[in-house]
Design a protein around this ligand. Sequence first.
Ligand code: HEM
Length: 121
Amino acid sequence: MEQVAEQAGDITGEVFQHFFVQCRTSHALMDHMDKYMLGRMLDQVLLLLMEPGDAELESYLNFETKAHATYGVEQHMYETLMNSVRDVVRNDLNGDYDAEISAAFDERIEYLLQKIDTVAD
Ligand code: HEM
């Protein structure tokens, strides 16, 4: 992620552009959000993806998943959003996105989605 920040700068615009192409319903849900709200949301998503361990993770995910359900956010949108972050990072890192980074990213996404699913049940 540090490397992405160095090479690509702020990826917020790119990530949401990609996300909205993949999911038009999410685009409609987020239509009222300005770049600051989008930036704050992506900061949290990046923290979840990067922070090692899971201190306070469950209570945070519990809180956000419940709040997001009231906005009309559905489970499948989390996967699309996280995959959008991954795709943008992969694209921006070019050849530096190696098998190790790829495996770590996919594993972390899988882990977070499982936690989100558990909260939603
Ligand atoms: C784990 C993944 C996610 C995290 C950590 C997260 C986090 C956040 C945060 C922190 C905010 C508040 C931004 C602010 O300060 O104004 C926010 C707002 C919002 N998020 Fe997410 N988000 C996630 C996934 C999603 C997904 C998948 C969608 C799908 C469309 C979504 C839709 C929204 C919407 C519509 C709002 C605005 C709610 C309002 O009007 O107050 N989020 N999110």
